[in-house]
Design a protein around this ligand. Structure first.
Ligand SMILES: CC(C)(COP(=O)(O)OP(=O)(O)OC[C@H]1O[C@@H](n2cnc3c(N)ncnc32)[C@H](O)[C@@H]1OP(=O)(O)O)[C@@H](O)C(=O)NCCC(=O)NCCS
Length: 167
């Protein structure tokens, strides 16, 4: 099966990953969000990674993990303040092969291990089905402004099983 062939390895973010993750972020937004946001909206969203140094500092300031497939970076995810699932982005050519699931499993385990009971995420319309499939529940609909563009997203939450009781 394709999924097992691509089961990713995981490791912590390293400062040297910043440029690769910035490029991955831009590609992921541009290609995987194409059905949900127009070109100007995607460009505004993707521009968050234009300053690679600042983007790297943002990732370093959160708990960021990187997924590897065949030794290459395939995606990343970040946890902010132990309870805010801030980012998750997968390389477009590796979408729907379990990379996002492996990253989200790890973020949820880490958050639970730190005593977090409720994990919150502001979910893009492109990722809503992914989070819903993982048991996240929609709470509020938001409209955020990025670079003069207005983008809709949804705040979703998931109640985490206490660490050690997941099985
Ligand atoms: C959301 C995202 C991280 C998912 O990563 P992924 O590696 O493709 O996810 P997985 O392969 O682990 O998917 C697991 C399940 O989620 C659901 N799912 C994932 N993507 C989906 C989609 N586009 N449409 C419907 N369901 C989807 C499916 O149930 C899927 O299981 P299946 O493939 O067996 O049907 C990825 O699509 C992405 O990077 N999107 C663009 C950036 C983005 O919006 N990030 C979130 C910001 S909040």
């Amino acid at each position: 099966m394709a999924r097992s062939a691509h089961t990713p390895g995981l490791r912590p973010f390293l400062p040297a990953d910043a440029a690769t993750l910035a490029a991955l972020f831009r590609e992921s937004v541009d290609e995987l969000a194409v059905d949900d946001y127009d070109e100007a909206q995607r460009e505004a969203w993707a521009s968050k990674a234009d300053d690679e140094e600042a983007f790297g500092a943002l990732l370093a300031g959160e708990l960021t993990i990187v997924a590897l497939v065949d030794g290459e970076i395939a995606g990343f995810a970040s946890l902010k303040d132990n309870a805010d699932f801030h980012m998750i982005y997968v390389r477009p050519e590796l979408a729907r092969r379990g990379v996002g699931s492996a990253l989200a499993d790890a973020i949820e385990k880490i958050a639970a291990g730190r005593g977090t009971k409720t994990l919150t995420v502001d979910v893009s319309d492109a990722a809503r089905d992914f989070f819903a499939a993982r048991g996240y529940v929609a709470k509020t609909r938001n409209t955020i402004e990025i670079g003069g563009q207005w983008l809709g997203n949804t705040t979703m939450t998931k109640e985490l099983a206490p660490a050690g009781r997941a099985h």
